[in-house]
Design a protein around this ligand. Structure first.
Ligand SMILES: Cc1cc2nc3c(=O)[nH]c(=O)nc-3n(C[C@H](O)[C@H](O)[C@H](O)COP(=O)(O)O)c2cc1C
Length: 247
């Protein structure tokens, strides 16, 4: 059986992982809860968002421990600009000696929206078009032909700098009076960075900037820099309760 390893905070990567599973079968595994190295699977498909022209922290550390024999196919998804993230991941995996065959990129709705709102018409059009883009990638996977990203200039320095500052994002979060201490944020945070202390939600210094808490709070009660922005996003084509689960 194939392993479909995914990281997702707002459901785009889970949506793609489920399409992969519907088409080819396999077990969907949520990376932050996964301790293994992929050996129990025949082939590995990694589905991940692009973060700061690179990859989320959990994906970076998963790659460093993956089984080197297993064939690896990567599907990255992004909201606005790839910035060489496909080539960066491919080079990193190659340096680690992984058996990486292909890296694909798919445009999905943007979720790094702490300071702006995605217009509804644009969101609708990205959601409409991504279905075709996903099918195209799955067709390419079916042919078995490797899809190696062309050598390109990456924004590696920017990625590493941003990554080193991700922990600060959590420290810029606070809760508004709409917070009812339901603790959904506490349970969905992939690094246990949020806790309830003396009746108040407290953000620690381990944030990996996934923004799951911000987008998925049922009362939009998590604010960034104390600003009351309304826009929150969760992929409307997934069951939100499945984000973070193995399927
Ligand atoms: C911390 C962070 C950094 C991001 N960096 C980029 C980026 O460099 N380029 C881009 O196009 N999208 C970027 N995005 C947007 C996500 O890649 C995109 O919305 C993705 O589809 C989210 O996947 P998910 O719903 O599975 O979490 C970023 C998102 C976050 C949270």
């Amino acid at each position: 059986m194939n392993g479909i390893l995914y990281f997702s905070s707002t459901g785009n990567s889970l949506f793609i992982a489920k399409k992969e599973q519907q088409r080819f079968g396999g077990k969907i595994v949520y990376i932050p809860k996964y301790q293994g190295d992929g050996s129990e699977f025949e082939k590995l498909v990694l589905v991940t968002p692009i973060y700061s022209y690179g990859m989320p922290t959990h994906v970076h550390s998963l790659l460093s421990r993956l089984n080197k024999q297993r064939e690896l196919i990567v599907i990255q998804n992004y909201g606005g600009m790839v910035g060489g993230a496909d080539f960066l991941l491919y080079s990193y995996a190659t340096k680690l000696g992984l058996n990486i065959k292909s890296v694909f990129v798919i445009k999905m709705p943007e979720n790094f929206t702490l300071t702006f709102t995605v217009p509804k018409f644009y969101l609708k059009s990205v959601l409409k078009n991504c279905g075709k883009a996903i099918d195209k990638v799955l067709n390419q996977i079916e042919t078995g032909t490797p899809h190696v990203p062309k050598k390109k200039k990456t924004k590696e320095a920017k990625y590493l700098k941003n990554k080193s500052n991700w922990h600060l994002i959590g420290q810029r979060f606070c809760t508004s009076q709409n917070c009812v201490q339901c603790q959904k944020c506490v349970s969905l945070c992939p690094v246990g960075n949020i806790s309830l202390q003396d009746g108040k939600i407290v953000f620690g210094d381990k944030c990996v900037a996934c923004l799951g808490c911000y987008h998925r709070c049922p009362n939009k009660a998590i604010l960034y820099q104390n600003k009351k922005k309304k826009f929150r996003y969760v992929n409307p084509n997934v069951d939100e309760s499945e984000i973070g689960r193995d399927l």
